[in-house]
Design a protein around this ligand. Structure first.
Ligand code: FAD
Ligand code: SF4
Length: 547
């Protein structure tokens, strides 16, 4: 069968956002073509690769690397794909395969809190969103129903309808945190796209603790589930199709995209509408790559903001030994958190944050520590058992503000196809650092309540990255300041829409994918409204009209 070269809608990227957008449009009878840079992969092979890996702590290790669709990798050494211009590293991880990066996500699927979209008005920091939380509510609900989100009532994010599912069973370690921290903190179940019961043909979580890098039983919703639904609805996927240029016509409409196959043969695909969903780094890269004489700064870049306001959620952390056996590693990896610092007047002074407890088995980490310390023989066995049973970790998940100088640009270095690599320019400001300092008081209190010994803070001033690539295609009403409008449509090209975490104008404190999916569903509804036959869609249409 020949590869299609035209469609009503061409989608660039088959991650969770692109695939769900494609699915929704294909369900409406439109012809939809998804161009995906990476290959198709098979869950069974990834599970086997993980089991056989000597680097199980490296969640990228089971995933194939394709020279034509490189992805950033850091172990055993940095492959240099995402060039770091500094001054602070931005070591983003993503997977370029059919289904995208959620193959190895932790499935935390939180809503924002209402004030997150008004921080400029309320606290005079960051920017306001062009939409309200109330407008997002119905799209969150729809996203949660598609993904199968399990959650508790006490998340701090208002909702009009219940979660599709009750929370996943609480692991023992998290129960003990909840009970022992109760005098000072409310430890709640994380809201997750992970089944607590059979849902939509996928089984309930069985608690085997390999959510990252791969859930063997399909209990977490992944981008590949969205791809399957899109294909079932009639969308066509072209794997190994590396888009390298988007072409605008004389009137400024997008006319076509160009992609390379792995042999560097070029192909041109036309369409009536285009959705850019290649993630918060590759999408702005593509717009910048598409510069012409008429658009010397790249497409969709009248504002000069393409690639700017790069954000994530930096984390520092505390590791310690509790005074009782917790045996992390039973149940999902990321089950519980403390969410009371997500909002408040303090946001005028310092970053909001939440506190997240890991439930990842500590056996690997402790083994590495003991080998490094030169412990052998019976002492090794005794220490391994003692430490792995008690070692635990809490991290902060910090808000960062949008700064134009934090950005993705095109590097002078090229990949194997001769395409410029993305280059990250990043720093962490005092606002976020002050938030980290405040959260360290919580760390100390938590350790004290858990009878903690052997306290080890992550290195002073050092932050880990949480892989929530936000802000590079920010939405806002002013075309001179924002890349996309409130519906994700490019201000400069009327048939170009952006889906993904990049359109979020601020990062708040919650993992960003659920919000990006909700926004993507709203974008495609704006492109092609469904028949308003259900009570829900009538209410949604009314809310959009009155907004
Ligand atoms: C270890 C880890 C854990 C995470 N845990 C969470 C979590 O618990 N909760 C949460 O909310 N988020 C989490 N994330 C982030 C989450 O994975 C992303 O937010 C999400 O995948 C973004 O979806 P997307 O569709 O925008 O992009 P992606 O999933 O990255 O998909 C983009 C797709 O576009 C394709 N593409 C790229 N360039 C091109 C091109 N030139 N031509 C054609 N196709 C292209 C890519 O190959 C990819 O398939 C985690 C990320 C990591 C790495
Ligand atoms: S704990 Fe196991 S079954 Fe549950 S989501 Fe994680 S990997 Fe899948």
């Amino acid at each position: 069968m020949s590869t299609p070269t035209s469609a009503d809608v061409v989608v660039i990227g088959s991650g969770i956002c692109g695939a769900l957008a494609a699915c929704r449009l294909a369900q409406q009878g439109l012809s939809v073509l998804i161009l995906e840079a990476g290959p198709r992969i098979d869950r069974g092979r990834i599970v086997a690769a993980f089991r056989n890996s000597t680097r199980r702590g490296d969640w990228m290790s089971p995933y194939p690397f394709s020279p034509w669709a490189p992805q950033p990798e850091y172990k055993p050494r940095d492959n240099g794909y995402l060039v770091q211009a500094g001054p602070y590293p931005y070591p983003a991880e993503y997977i370029r395969v059919v289904g995208g990066t959620t193959w190895h996500w932790a499935a935390q699927a939180w809503r924002l809190v209402p004030n997150d979209v008004r921080i400029k008005s309320l606290y005079d920091v960051g920017v306001d969103w062009p939409i309200t939380y109330d407008e997002l509510d119905a799209w969150y609900q729809e996203a949660e129903e598609i993904l199968g989100v399990a959650g508790a009532d006490n998340t701090g994010s208002p909702r009009k309808h219940p979660f599709p599912m009750q929370p996943v069973a609480e692991p023992w370690s998290m129960r003990r945190f909840r009970e022992r921290l109760a005098p000072a903190y409310a430890v709640v179940a994380n809201t997750v796209a992970r089944n607590s019961r059979s849902y939509d043909g996928r089984p309930a979580c069985v608690g085997n603790n390999s959510c990252q890098p791969i859930c063997p039983v399909n209990a977490q919703y992944l981008g590949i589930n969205a791809v399957d639904s899109a294909e079932a609805a009639g969308a066509k996927v072209v794997p190994n199709a590396v888009v390298y240029r988007i072409e605008a016509d004389a009137k400024g409409r997008i006319a076509a995209v160009h992609y390379y196959d792995p042999d560097k043969q070029s192909h041109r695909v036309t369409g009536k509408e285009f959705i850019l969903a290649a993630n918060g780094i590759e999408s702005p890269k593509l717009l910048l790559l598409s510069a012409t004489d008429k658009y010397p700064n790249g497409l969709a870049n009248r504002s000069g903001m393409v690639g700017r306001n790069l954000m994530d959620h930096p984390s520092s952390s505390l590791t310690f030994y509790a005074d009782e056996e917790l045996w992390l590693g039973r149940g999902p990896q990321s089950p519980s958190s403390i969410n009371t610092m997500r909002d408040g007047a303090f946001r005028a002074q310092h970053a909001a944050y939440r506190l997240d407890f890991t439930n990842i088995s500590q056996v690997n980490a402790v083994t590495e520590d003991l080998i490094r310390e030169g412990v052998y023989g019976p002492a090794f066995k005794q220490q391994l058992r003692w430490r792995a049973a008690r070692q635990c970790n809490v991290k902060n998940v910090l808000e960062v503000l949008p700064h134009p100088e934090n950005r993705i640009t095109l590097s002078s270095e090229k990949d194997a196809l001769g395409i410029p690599k993305p280059e990250a320019h990043y720093s962490i400001d005092e606002y976020t650092r002050r938030g980290a300092d405040v959260s360290h008081n919580d760390f100390a209190k938590i350790a004290q309540l858990m009878g903690g010994t052997g306290l080890r803070y992550s290195l002073d001033g050092q932050f880990a990255n949480n892989q929530h690539i936000t802000g590079t295609l920010g939405m806002g009403n002013d075309p001179t300041k924002f890349v996309t409008d409130g519906f994700g449509r490019s201000h400069d090209h009327e048939n170009l829409f952006c889906c993904g975490t990049g359109v979020m104008p601020t990062a708040a404190t919650m993992n960003s994918t659920l919000t990006a999916v909700a926004l993507a569903l709203r974008t495609v509804e704006h492109m092609h409204p469904r028949q308003a036959t259900t009570k829900e869609s009538v209410a949604r249409a009314a809310a959009e009209t009155s907004a």
